[in-house]
Design a protein around this ligand. Structure first.
Ligand code: PLP
Length: 441
C-alpha cells in the first residue's frame, strides 16, 4: 500500500467516523461532544507551540497570546469550581492524578482508594494490576470497604480500616475519592476530618462528575474538606481531552512543581484554549445542563427498570449522577450486550460490577453495562427521549431483534438532534466534518 493511499485512508476513515456518530446514540459515560468553538481551538497553531512553566515565567519565547489564554483558563477554573487555586496544564486526568501522587506522597506510602469493581479507576490501582498509582509512583493501595446496597464507600468500616492500618505501622498517606462507576457522592464530608487527623491528604478525583460539580448539582469536594480535586476536562465537562487540578492555595506550590517539571513538558496549549472555552460555557450554561443530565439519568434508569432490567442503586433512586449501572447477566454478559448494541449504533461500555471478581467474572465478560447521558443531553435530549432509548435497548437485549433493524430506527430518531446545546454558537453541526482541505463530507 502506498503512503499516499494510507494518507487518504486516514482522511476517509475520520469522515466515516463522523458520519457514524451522527446517526448513533453515544452513551459512553466518560465522553461528551464539544462545541464548535472548542473544535476550532484544537485546530489552532497553539497546538504546535511549547510554553513550559507558569504564564509570565515561561521557558519558551512566543507565548504572548498563549499566556493570556492560560491565565483566563485558570481564572475560569477557579470560578467554576469555587477554588483558591487552579492549574489547567495536566494533559489528562491520569497525569493530574500522577501530579497529586507526586505532590502528596512518596513511593512506598499507602493510599486508600475504591477497587475497580467498586468504581475505582485504573489510575488509582495496584502495581500488580498495572495501575498507575502502584506501577508508576510505587504506592501501595488499600481498598475502601464498599456497600453494594448503598453503592458508596462504607464510612464506619473505612474509619476502622484506617485505624487498623495506622496501628499496624502502615498509616495511609493519601485518601483518594471519586471513581469511574460513580452513581452517588462519596463521603468526603464524613471522612476528610478523620483523614486529616491521621495525617492524610485528601484528593477527590472528579474526572467523571466535574461538570456536575461545576453546575452545583453533585457534591462540593473542596468545601467538604478535600485538599485538592483532579479531573478530566472532557467527560461531564465540555472540553477537549485533558486534565485540570484545583485546590486550596496552601498546596499550590507543591502541585505546580508536580505538574511541571514533574509530569509534563509540552502541555498541549490548543487543549488549554479548548478548556478555557469549555469552562466559559460551563459558567454560563453549566447549572441548567447538570440538572438535565441528572434528570435524564434517572429517567433512563426508570424506563429500563420498567422493562425488566436490573438497574443498580434502586434503593437510592438508581443514581444522583450522569450514569447508571445495569446488571444484564439475566440476558447475556456485558461484553456481548455491548457488541450487540454497537451493531444497533447504540454505543456504551460493558462494566465490572461489585462482586464480579469474587464470582469469577472478568473485564471482558462482566455482569454489567454502564450507561452515561452527558453527550445525548448536550445534543438536547430530555426525559421523553430517554424512554425511546430505553425501548431501543430493550429491543436488542431482551427481545433479541435484529440490531440492523434497530439501527435504522436509531438513525431516524437522531435526525432531530444534530446540534450541540448549552453553548454560545452552534452554527456547525455536532458531528459535522469541517475539512481544512476542502474535502466534501
Ligand atoms: C477517566 C478517568 C480518569 C482518567 O482520565 P483521562 O483524562 O482519561 O486520563 C481518571 N480518574 C477517573 C476516576 C476516571 O474515570
Amino acid at each position: 500500500m502506498s503512503a499516499k493511499s494510507q494518507f487518504n485512508d486516514v482522511l476517509r476513515l475520520m469522515r466515516e467516523h463522523h458520519k457514524w456518530f451522527d446517526k448513533s446514540i453515544p452513551l459512553i459515560a466518560s465522553e461528551n461532544i464539544p462545541s464548535p468553538a472548542v473544535r476550532e481551538a484544537l485546530m489552532s497553531d497553539f497546538g504546535n507551540r511549547y510554553a513550559e512553566g507558569w504564564p509570565g515565567e515561561r521557558v519558551y519565547a512566543g507565548c504572548i497570546y498563549i499566556d493570556q489564554v492560560e491565565l483566563i483558563c485558570n481564572e475560569l477554573a477557579k470560578k467554576v469550581f469555587r477554588a483558591e487555586f487552579a492549574d489547567c496544564r495536566p494533559t489528562s486526568g491520569v497525569v493530574a492524578n500522577l501530579a497529586i501522587y507526586a505532590a502528596f506522597s512518596d513511593p512506598g506510602d499507602y493510599m486508600m482508594a475504591a477497587s475497580i469493581p467498586s468504581g475505582g479507576h485504573i489510575s488509582h490501582g495496584k502495581k500488580e494490576h498495572f495501575g498507575t498509582a502502584g506501577l508508576v509512583h510505587g504506592l501501595n493501595i488499600e481498598h475502601y470497604p464498599f456497600s453494594k446496597e448503598e453503592m458508596t464507600i462504607d464510612v464506619d468500616a473505612t474509619k476502622k480500616k484506617i485505624t487498623e492500618m495506622t496501628r499496624d505501622n502502615k498509616p495511609p498517606k493519601l485518601g483518594m475519592f471519586g471513581g469511574s462507576l460513580f452513581l452517588f457522592p462519596h463521603p468526603v464530608k464524613e471522612l476528610a476530618d478523620f483523614m486529616h487527623d491521621h495525617n492524610m491528604y485528601v484528593n477527590y478525583d472528579g474526572a467523571h462528575v466535574a461538570g456536575l460539580i461545576a453546575g452545583g448539582e453533585f457534591q462540593d469536594p473542596l468545601k467538604e474538606g478535600a485538599d485538592s480535586m483532579t479531573m478530566s476536562s472532557h467527560k461531564t465537562l465540555w472540553g477537549p481531552q485533558g486534565g485540570i487540578i484545583v485546590s486550596m492555595e496552601k498546596h499550590s506550590e507543591l502541585i505546580k512543581k508536580a505538574i511541571f517539571p514533574g509530569n509534563t513538558s509540552s502541555h498541549h496549549l490548543h487543549h488549554v484554549a479548548g478548556k478555557a472555552i469549555a469552562l466559559a460555557e460551563s459558567l454560563e450554561f453549566g447549572k441548567e445542563y447538570a440538572k438535565q443530565v441528572i434528570n435524564n439519568a434517572k429517567a433512563i434508569a426508570q424506563a429500563l427498570a420498567g422493562h425488566g432490567f436490573e438497574v443498580l442503586g434502586e434503593k437510592r433512586g438508581y443514581t444522583a449522577s450522569h450514569q447508571i449501572a445495569v446488571d444484564v447477566s439475566k440476558f447475556a454478559d456485558g461484553g456481548t450486550v455491548e457488541k450487540n448494541l454497537e451493531k444497533a449504533n447504540i454505543i456504551l461500555n460493558r462494566q465490572l460490577l461489585p462482586g464480579d471478581i469474587k464470582s469469577g467474572r472478568h473485564y471482558m465478560h462482566p455482569s454489567g453495562i454502564r450507561i452515561g447521558v452527558p453527550e445525548i443531553t448536550r445534543l438536547g435530549m430530555k426525559e421523553n427521549e430517554m424512554k425511546e432509548i430505553a425501548d431501543f435497548i430493550k429491543r436488542v437485549v431482551i427481545d433479541k431483534q435484529d440490531p440492523s433493524r434497530v439501527a435504522q430506527d436509531v438513525s431516524n430518531f437522531r435526525v432531530q438532534f444534530k446540534k450541540v446545546h448549552y453553548t454560545f454558537d452552534n452554527s456547525v453541526g455536532a458531528y459535522e466534518y469541517k475539512s481544512l482541505l476542502g474535502i466534501p463530507q
